[in-house]
Design a protein. Structure first.
Length: 255
């Protein structure tokens, strides 16, 4: 058993596997670069393969009836990578939206974007906006794309928004509460992620949904994102089904 397998095992008495399905799964799609380097390929080839994996996982999530999936596609810290890699990733996002939008729309997927839109190339900002608008009325899987996203940046923008409302006399400081902060975040009305999966063996959140992950179940697997597949996803769901979520209280059995 690896260290990560330990981390993923059920935290309390087993409940029947697969019975409890998460509503919202967050995906930290990590390891594209290492996957490519291990094969003597360029890092960009890893990102290209990673996009194919993403397509399969989105289809699978739709088939099994998941309500929300949030994918970490580019972090606010990823700008520090070499310029060529950053521009490849921008191009890949552009291609993903251009090539896949009609299929996503036809399969009733609703797209939501989270992250800081300031400072994005105008064309990309416009494309993301169009994807959200086209799919606004869809009622199937909600695909939340975290792009130029960092949780600290999101929280700072939310705090600024609330401060402006206080300054304008629309809000009293004593009325600022957990719910007001939650709804000022990019995720607004979305439910918190029940399960967050990170591939590639790294055991950290890297600034992903820090506020929203307060009670998320975390699942780490060693395979790199391009090798992740439907079976690996189902395995994570099964592990989730074995967890005992207590939210600070006691499990039903103990009451
Ligand atoms: C994840 O893979 C994709 C993005 C961060 C955009 P990485 O590019 O981080 O791959 P590794 O972690 O270097 O292997
Ligand atoms: C997190 O992966 C960001 C995405 C998957 C988009 P990173 O590869 O950027 O995270 P660190 O640098 O290993 O923490
Ligand atoms: Mg990485």
């Amino acid at each position: 058993m690896t260290a990560n397998a330990d981390l993923n095992s059920a935290s309390a008495g087993p409940e029947p596997a697969g019975v409890v399905c998460p509503r919202h799964v967050g995906l930290i799609m990590d390891g594209n670069g290492r996957w490519a380097e291990a094969r003597g390929l360029s890092r960009t080839e890893g990102h290209r393969q990673g996009l194919d994996t993403l397509r399969r996982i989105i289809r699978h999530a739709g088939h099994i009836g998941l309500e929300y999936i949030t994918i970490f596609s580019f972090s606010s810290e990823n700008w520090s990578r070499p310029k060529a890699e950053v521009s490849f990733l921008m191009g890949l996002l552009r291609r993903f939206v251009q090539q896949d939008l009609s299929e996503l729309h036809e399969t009733n997927v609703r797209i939501r974007i989270i992250g800081d839109r300031d400072g994005l190339e105008k064309g990309i900002g416009q494309l993301l906006h169009e994807a959200e608008e086209l799919t606004r009325g869809n009622t199937g899987l909600t695909l939340v794309v975290a792009f130029n996203y960092g949780a600290r940046n999101e929280l700072a923008r939310a705090m600024r928004l609330l401060a402006e409302r206080v300054k304008a006399g629309e809000l009293e400081p004593e009325d600022i509460c957990v719910e007001k902060i939650s709804s000022a975040l990019d995720t607004g009305s979305l439910p918190d992620p029940d399960l967050i999966i990170r591939t590639s063996g790294e055991v950290r959140l890297s600034n992903f949904l820090l506020w929203q992950a307060a009670y998320s179940e975390l699942y780490f697997c060693d395979c790199h994102w391009p090798d992740f597949d439907e079976a690996a996803f189902d395995k994570a769901l099964e592990a989730y089904g074995m967890r005992s979520r207590r939210f600070g209280g006691l499990s039903a059995k103990a009451l």
